[in-house]
Ligand binder design. Structure first.
Ligand code: C2E
Ligand code: MG
Ligand code: MG
Length: 754
């Protein structure tokens, strides 16, 4: 029986009991009253009998009894005796009746002349009987009264108890009702939160079929019920196995994977899918799949990757694609004599065209060269622009060296056709170097060999094709010499550091500086970091050099602090992966800072994206340690190729620095597309928006023009670094600017406001 019915049943039992007890109390009270009356009647009869006895005695003594009293007593004795004698046994009552009648007769005789009264013992016997009747009736009355009182007390207790039970039941019901309402409300609130979340929540049973889905899934799954459907089937066929494997993995809750899902509604998107096994929870009983729509991030990543890998001017793949193109061609080498070739092509006299006809004409020439190369090579070749006026062609599946040479000749011919630049016709003469191999292990050397051949072609006066031969190769390349010179370098004498200001996009207020290394070799003169840093990295020299840079930067910060320059100004230092991999790198940084009494917060470490995302997790651990110590982490050269944004968001960093190449690409695209060059740029805005997820400020590097600065500012980028706002310069040149900046700032501010 359910609870309300129980309540009614208990209520009825309670009322019946109370009514029963009250009735019993009534009966007992009535009985007590009757017995009291009986006792009183017996006493009255006793009085009447005594009155007649007294009168009889008075008459015997010759006195005159009170006639009124005797008459009243006689009348009393003559009335019904049943009530008075009710407590006696029937025999006693009969005897008493008899005696009463006799005494009444005696009374009547006393009222009349000459009658004898009853014998004295008659009075005594009646007296005793009436006494007995009176006492018994009184005793009965007492018992009945006690019963009545007990019943009333029981009824009272029952009422009080009932009221208490009723009140308690009511209170309990009210509590349970409010609890049920509260849990209903909590459930509704939870459901509203889940439904309102942009993330999709789905519960799958053991067969991966949907048993619950949040309303946020409507966009993908449609509003119609799809319970029982297999979620995995929404993934691309090629991904379904991986998706199912993710669902089945015991450590799935710690991992997420990205899948493209297509719903029955036709909606598709890229989702970061995370799975938690809640089969043990009876409320869920299944795997909870959380899918976050990261389509915007994926599209931005693809776009950045495309931009990073494409040359805007010619639309050809750029230098970054060269290793991929070479690897692709190497795969076709089957060991049966089939060969592959790399041709490097440099336009002859391009600098003269640029200088005499202007950059626009130079650009036109490069675009036409790109078109011609693309149109001439077959489907087995990839054309790339390596940079400047240098192009490359990777050809796979060729039969011989002479076939590669013939291809070079053909390209030379096609390029030599005059190209129209404005109103002039200019020949696109070029020098072409060709390197060929049939050995996959040799592929890494092809670029160097093709370059050597190309320079040989240049030396021969240009407009020619040269095939690489070993004799062409100088015994030791520049790289080998430079590496040897680096190893022997006296760092204090040959190395120096220049500082480039990082400023606010709006007011060019200096908020930090980046330390950039310079090398003046006694043998080679000034060598740019783009050339010697990679060599220092491959040779391992970078660790010695990096330690020197850090010490020098800390010494400079201490000097600036001494001069009263803004104590919050941060100095960024570039760090190579090899340095980060060093066992005691973090300790070394902190010890150097401490030696110069510099708080770690004055230092920022710049690392490239690829380092931050390196798979072993070692770099990540080091970065976390540095960050915990108070050192800022900047992701350098963002947008220069890697750009795995989803992954990047999991790396500990504070600042994103957009690479100059991305800025240049976007600037060129805006110019070509006829867009306002100082208007906001969608890709920059997207980067700012994604960086804002981590509350990370964005700095754009390589800003050279006012239009770029305005466009960046319009896109939400708050900090810039570039020739426009300050070229890298030695400390003594930068210092006056820092002094002025510190004086201009009312409160020394944190370097980068979040
Ligand atoms: P980076 O860290 O991205 O540094 C920015 C580079 O852009 C610097 O080149 C800077 O001079 C240049 N730059 C700044 N503004 C402009 C501009 O408006 N236009 C142009 N065209 N260039 C601009 P730099 O000094 O040649 O350094 C090149 C790279 O060498 C650096 O790129 C960094 O990756 C590396 N590097 C420099 N110093 C060090 C160092 O001490 N340690 C390590 N490991 N790497 C360093
Ligand atoms: Mg840097
Ligand atoms: Mg950079």
């Amino acid at each position: 029986m359910d609870r309300p019915r129980w309540n009614i049943a208990w209520g009825v039992v309670f009322v019946v009991s109370v009514v029963g007890v009250v009735t019993a109390a009534g009966w007992a009270a009535a009985e007590a009253l009757e017995e009291r009356r009986s006792a009183a009647a017996a006493r009255d009869l006793q009085m009447a009998s005594m009155t007649i006895e007294t009168a009889d005695a008075v008459a015997l003594l010759g006195g005159q009894p009170h006639v009124d009293e005797v008459a009243s007593a006689v009348e009393h004795l003559a009335t019904d005796h049943e009530l008075a004698l009710h407590a006696l046994s029937p025999q006693q009552a009969a005897r008493a009746d008899e005696l009463i009648d006799q005494i009444a007769d005696c009374g009547r005789a006393l009222l009349g002349p000459g009658a004898d009264g009853p014998a004295a013992h008659d009075h005594r016997e009646l007296h005793d009987l009436l006494e007995l009747a009176s006492r018994r009736a009184a005793a009965n009355a007492a018992v009945a009264e006690r019963q009545a009182v007990t019943a009333v007390a029981a009824a009272a207790i029952a009422v009080v108890l009932g009221a208490w039970v009723l009140g308690r039941t009511r209170r309990r019901q009210r509590y349970e009702r409010s609890r049920a309402e509260a849990s209903l409300l909590a459930g509704r609130r939870m459901a509203a939160l889940i439904d309102d979340s942009p993330d999709i929540f789905v519960v799958l049973d053991a067969a991966d079929r949907i048993t619950f889905r949040s309303m946020s899934a409507d966009g993908l799954l449609g509003p119609d019920a799809v319970f029982g459907d297999d979620l995995v089937e929404l993934a691309d066929p090629g991904d379904q196995q991986a998706f199912r494997a993710l669902l089945g993995r015991s450590d799935a809750d710690e991992r997420s994977e990205v899948f493209r899902l297509a719903g029955p509604t036709g909606a598709t998107g890229w989702f970061e899918v995370r799975v938690s096994d809640l089969s043990h929870d009876p409320l869920v009983d299944g795997h909870v799949v959380t899918a976050r729509d990261i389509s915007d991030e994926v599209h931005l990543r693809d776009e950045l990757e495309r931009l990073a890998n494409t040359d805007v001017l010619t639309g050809l793949p750029n230098r970054r694609i060269l290793p991929t193109a070479l690897d692709g061609a190497a795969l076709a080498l089957r060991g049966d004599g089939t060969m592959m070739a790399l041709l490097t092509i440099d336009i002859d006299g391009f600098k003269v065209i640029n200088d005499t006809l202007g950059h626009l004409a130079g650009d036109q020439l490069l675009a036409r060269v790109g078109d011609r190369l693309r149109d001439t090579v077959g489907p087995d070749a990839v054309v790339l622009r390596l940079g400047g006026d240098e192009f490359a062609v990777v050809i796979s599946g060729i039969a011989s060296e002479s076939a590669a040479l013939a291809c070079g000749e053909r390209l030379l011919q096609v390029l030599a056709e005059p190209i129209r630049l404005d109103d002039r016709l200019e020949p696109g003469n070029a020098s072409i170097g060709v390197a060929v191999t049939a050995d996959p292990d040799h592929v890494g050397l092809l670029l160097g060999e093709a370059d050597v051949a190309m320079y040989a072609a240049k030396r021969q006066g240009g407009s020619t094709v040269v095939l690489f031969e070993t004799e062409l190769s100088t015994t030791a390349s520049r790289a080998t010499h430079l590496t040897r010179a680096l190893r022997a370098a006296d760092l204090d004498r040959e190395m120096s550091i220049v500082y480039q200001p990082i400023v606010t996009a709006l007011g060019s207020e200096v908020v930090g500086v980046e330390a950039l290394l310079r090398w003046t070799s006694p043998e080679f003169g000034g060598v740019g970091p783009d050339e010697f840093i990679p060599l220092a990295e491959t040779s391992g020299e970078i660790c010695r050099i990096g330690t020197w840079v850090l010490g020098e930067v800390c010494r400079q910060i201490a000097a600036w602090t001494e001069m009263g320059i803004d104590p919050d100004l941060t100095v960024s230092v570039n760090v190579s992966p090899r340095q980060l991999a060093e066992e005691d790198y973090v300790r070394q940084v902190l010890a150097t800072a401490e030696a110069w009494s510099i708080p770690p917060s004055r230092l920022a470490v710049e690392i490239t994206e690829s380092v931050a995302l390196e798979q072993t997790g070692l770099a990540r651990t080091r970065l976390e340690q540095l960050r915990r110590a108070g050192i800022q982490i900047s992701i350098d050269d963002f947008g220069a190729g890697y750009s795995n944004l989803g992954q990047l968001l999991r790396v500990p960093f504070d600042v994103i620095k957009i690479d100059r190449s991305l800025l240049l690409t976007l600037t060129a695209m805006r110019e070509q597309g006829g867009n306002d060059p100082s208007g906001p740029c969608a890709i920059m805005e997207a980067i700012v928006s994604i960086a804002s997820i981590l509350d990370a400020p964005v700095i754009c590097e390589g800003v050279e023009t006012e239009q770029q600065r305005r466009s960046l500012q319009a896109s939400g980028i708050r900090y810039v670094q570039g020739y426009l706002t300050g070229r890298p310069a030695p400390a003594d040149v930068v210092t006056p600017r820092l002094v002025a900046a510190g004086a201009a700032r009312p409160v020394p501010a944190l370097v980068l406001e979040r």
